[in-house]
Structure formats: structure tokens, C-alpha cells
Design a protein around this ligand. Structure first.
Ligand code: 5AD
Ligand code: SF4
Length: 478
């Protein structure tokens, strides 16, 4: 079937940052769409970061406002939605593998509708491949127009069309998209969308568009609503939360202001992710220091400990300024836990450069890190960097050596709480043992405790009785 292409992704357009102003819209579902999902089931895959998890909550909100019901059984579903991630090649391979497997299901159930969205949908090459090789995908929409889902699904259901609608220009901010949240205890709160950094390895500025901040009053209203629903923790989301507000044209209001205003609200726990060291300023540190409910756990991606590599990555800070920032955080927020992201085997990274990364990990006392081997992403500058000295063996050797050091940090970060009494927000039963409760400390350490289910959703005092590399054990003190 020939696809109807309303809009298709164009990486040249995605690269541009022309329009500095933001457009704000409010979503409203047309009455005619409110019952098109009646008696129909949908299955939702979510890959990737917290931004995608948050988008999936909007996708659920839209589907359920159209009267679809969620199912966790692929064999029973009428619609499959795949919210995808493009950050590394293995993330994409996983999705293509899954779509391949779904071909069989579609053969058995030809009326099954499959839609793909998220970051992979924003890639020209992916859309081309889907249209030619994956006939079982019926519609594709991008990260800027999640709210188009109802109209697209209607076209596919009623006209039996294959439809592509992916926007490549700077997206709008659309408020009031309905949401079905995963948790009743912790909530994601996006404060901004997109990214203007253009780190040379990263596909996000292309897939998520220009940086645009939500208005403070909308964020505050959302958090007030969450408080009245009984939420205990919010995590503010953005690709670079430290740059929040920099895109406002007529408003002087930044991340420090937002932290200060939110911390005055009666929400017990505030977290935020992810940070860019280059924009983490002293006012933000002051705001965290002066608040009681901003949690002492900061994720601060460094990527490399070599100034040469940082420059090639276009990270716009140095090893020295990063160390200074960590020192400031440790001083201002006693006991803070700092975690990071690191990429190894970036093109032109020598053994000396890599050793500088190891040194930095030791110097900064990280209590955890997500570590990755560089993965070339089509269309990004670093995809064209060629370094024949970095073989797969070299890359894995560096990753393993780094992981050994990082794991020591995880262990150290847990052991320092042994014997102490800490506050834990109990989230539910542990994944592995269903008579054990689990939750996180203020420093974001996973704790398992024996206790009654009445504690779920509560912040309780827990005495830490054992500290392992990946988790703590404790007992609730009534
Ligand atoms: N290859 C490997 N890791 C990457 N990241 C982003 N892009 C790439 C890439 N092309 C990592 C960075 C980032 C985290 C979310 O993913 O460390 O902080
Ligand atoms: Fe993946 Fe980045 Fe898109 Fe999140 S923003 S889904 S990490 S590519």
C-alpha cells in the first residue's frame, strides 16, 4: 500500500534553529474521536529515557481518552504502539528486532494496527527503512506531534491508510495533553523539551528539536495538582534542565527560580534530570542548598575526563571546571551523591585520554555511572570521525576497566549508610521477592525492607542493616 506522507523527517531541517520564539497550544480532543477505541485494546512499548516514559504517559492519556483500554497481552491487542529510542545503535536494533517478530502476529491478525513514534521516527533513514521493509507498520508519528495520534489512528482505522506524519521544524509546546501516569507515588514533570547543545555524538538535538521551556505557571499548576492527588515525589525532566528558561523572550526566569518556587510547595521530594555541567550555576546550587525538599542526588554527565576528547565532543567545559563544580556541590550540599554518564572509545580517545577519565572518576567520587561505548549516529558530526586504532576489543577493554571502578563507587556509595537511619519512600514490592518492600532513600539508593503493605506510598525511617553493591537492606523503625 502506498503510504500517505503528511510530513516526513528531514535532518537538514532538524539541524536548524531558526525560530527563536515558542508557540504554545492547548490540546483538546474532538468529540467525534472520544469513542473510537471502544471495546478495543492497545499495547504500548516504551524504550529509552525518562523523557520517553513521560511521553508514553501522554500516549496512554490520549488512547484512554479515545476509550481504548490497555492490555499487556500481545495476542489480544487491536493496536500496538512503539515509543522508540535512537540514542545508540543497540537501542534501534532492539526495536527493529521486535517489529520483525510482530510481522508474524500481523500475518495471523491482519486487522492489527501498528504505530511507531518516538526518537527513531524522527530519523530519515529509519522512516525510509520502515516504509520499504516493514509493511507491518501502519503509521509513524514523531516526538513533536504526539497529540496528532488521535487523528492518525482514525485515518488508519477508517480509511485503512498507511500514514507518516513526522515534523522536522521546531516543535510547539502543547499543554493539557491528557496523561495516565505509571505511578501514584512518583511523577515525571517535563519542564522543557528539545536540546540546543549539539554534542557531536548525540542525535537528540535532531530528534527532539530546539530547546523550549514550559511556562513556570503551567509547571507549578501541574505540581500543585500532583500534590493534591497525594504524590510524594516529582522529577523535573529536560535534556539540560540547567538551561531551563534561557529561551524565554519576555520573561526573566531560570532554573534556579523554578527550583526555589517549587521547593516552597508541600511536595516532600524534588529531583531533576539531566544536568549539563556547563549550565549548572551558583544560583542553582544555592537554591538546592536552601531547600529542604530538593534531594541530595545529582546526576551530572561528564562523558570524558580528557579535555581533548571533551572538545571533540563539543561539551563546552573542561575537566578542571567539572571538578570545581563537583567540589562546590559537595561543599554546598553535605552528603550529596553524584552520579554520571561516560562514553568510552570516542574517536581519537587514546589510552592516556582514557586514563584521565579513570582518574576523574576517582577524583570526583561518583557513586554510580551509566557507561557506554561510543555508537556512531547517522547525521551527527562524530559519525564521520574515523579512528582505526579503536577496535571493538579496545572499546570493550576500556568499558570493563571503567565499570570495575564505577562499581567500586556504587559499593562505596551504599556502604556509607550502613548502620544509619535514613528516610525511604516505599514504592511497592521488590521485583525479585514479592514479600519484601522496596523504595529509595533521599540519596536515591535502593533499599529492601520487610514490612506491611500499609507503608507503600509513605516516607518511613529505615535503619540500614546491610549494604551491597547495588542495594541496601534495612528495617523500618516505627
Ligand atoms: N554513543 C554512546 N553513548 C551516547 N550517549 C549519547 N549519545 C551517545 C552515542 N552516540 C550517552 C551519553 C548521554 C547518555 C544519555 O547516553 O553518555 O549522557
Ligand atoms: Fe533515546 Fe534520547 Fe530520544 Fe530519550 S531523547 S528516547 S535517550 S534518543
Amino acid at each position: 500500500m502506498k503510504p500517505v506522507v503528511i510530513n516526513s523527517p528531514d535532518q537538514n531541517k532538524e539541524r536548524k534553529r531558526l525560530d527563536k520564539s515558542n508557540n504554545f497550544e492547548e490540546f483538546k480532543l474532538d468529540d467525534s474521536l472520544k469513542s473510537i477505541g471502544k471495546d478495543k485494546l492497545y499495547y504500548l512499548y516504551t524504550y529509552g529515557c525518562q523523557g520517553n516514559e513521560s511521553d508514553s504517559e501522554k500516549i496512554r492519556g490520549l488512547m484512554e481518552e479515545m476509550s481504548f483500554t490497555i492490555t499487556y497481552d500481545l495476542d489480544k491487542t487491536d493496536v500496538i504502539l512503539m515509543n522508540t529510542c535512537a540514542i545508540r545503535k543497540n537501542a534501534e536494533d532492539k526495536v527493529f528486532g521486535e517489529i520483525g517478530r510482530l510481522k508474524q502476529l500481523k500475518r495471523r491478525k491482519p486487522e492489527l494496527i501498528v504505530g511507531l513514534c518516538g526518537c527513531m521516527a524522527q530519523e530519515e533513514s529509519v522512516v525510509r527503512k520502515l516504509l520499504t521493509k516493514y509493511q507491518n507498520v501502519d503509521f509513524i508519528f514523531g516526538t513533536h506531534n504526539i497529540h496528532s495520534l488521535p487523528l492518525l489512528i482514525k485515518r488508519v482505522m477508517e480509511n485503512k491508510e498507511r500514514v507518516v506524519d513526522v515534523l522536522s521544524y521546531e516543535g510547539d509546546i502543547v499543554e493539557k495533553i491528557p496523561m495516565v501516569r505509571e505511578s501514584k507515588i512518583k511523577a515525571w514533570v517535563p519542564i522543557m523539551y528539545g536540546c540546543d547543545e549539539f554534542c557531536t555524538y548525540c542525535i537528540v538535538p535532531y530528534t527532539r528539536g530546539k530547546e523550549r521551556s514550559r511556562l513556570p505557571e503551567n509547571i507549578i499548576k501541574e505540581v500543585e495538582g500532583l500534590i493534591s492527588e497525594g504524590y510524594k515525589e516529582i522529577t523535573l525532566l529536560g535534556q539540560n534542565v540547567n538551561a531551563y528558561g534561557k529561551d524565554f523572550v519576555d520573561l526573566k526566569y531560570d532554573f534556579a527560580d523554578l527550583l526555589t518556587d517549587l521547593s516552597k510547595l508541600p511536595i516532600p521530594r524534588i529531583r531533576f534530570t539531566t544536568n549539563n555541567p556547563k549550565d549548572f550555576d551558583d544560583r542553582q546550587i544555592e537554591a538546592i542548598k536552601n531547600s529542604k525538599n530538593i534531594m541530595p542526588a545529582i546526576h551530572l554527565p561528564v562523558q570524558s575526563g580528557s579535555n581533548k576528547v571533551l572538545k571533540k565532543m563539543n561539551r563546552k567545559y573542561t575537566k578542571e571546571s567539572f571538578i570545581e563544580l563537583c567540589d562546590k556541590l559537595y561543599k554546598a550540599i553535605p552528603g550529596v551523591s553524584i552520579t554520571t554518564d561516560i562514553i568510552v572509545a570516542f574517536p581519537y580517545e587514546t589510552e592516556e585520554d582514557f586514563n584521565e577519565t579513570l582518574e576523574l572518576v576517582k577524583r570526583c567520587n561518583f557513586e554510580g555511572a551509566y557507561t557506554f561505548i561510543f555508537s556512531p549516529r547517522e547525521g551527527t558530526p562524530a559519525a564521520k570521525y574515523i579512528d582505526k586504532d579503536i577496535t571493538e576489543d579496545v572499546a570493550y577493554d576500556r568499558l570493563y576497566r571503567l565499570n570495575d571502578l564505577v562499581n567500586e563507587g556504587y559499593g562505596r556509595g551504599n556502604k556509607r549508610f550502613l548502620g544509619q537511619t535514613v528516610k525511604v519512600l516505599i514504592e511497592g514490592y521488590s521485583k525479585n521477592q514479592n514479600d519484601i518492600l522496596m523504595g529509595y532513600t533521599e540519596n536515591n539508593k535502593l533499599v529492601n525492607v520487610i514490612g506491611d503493605k500499609k507503608y507503600i506510598g509513605e516516607i518511613v525511617d529505615v535503619e540500614i542493616t546491610d549494604a551491597k553493591t547495588w542495594s541496601l537492606d534495612g528495617k523500618i523503625i516505627d
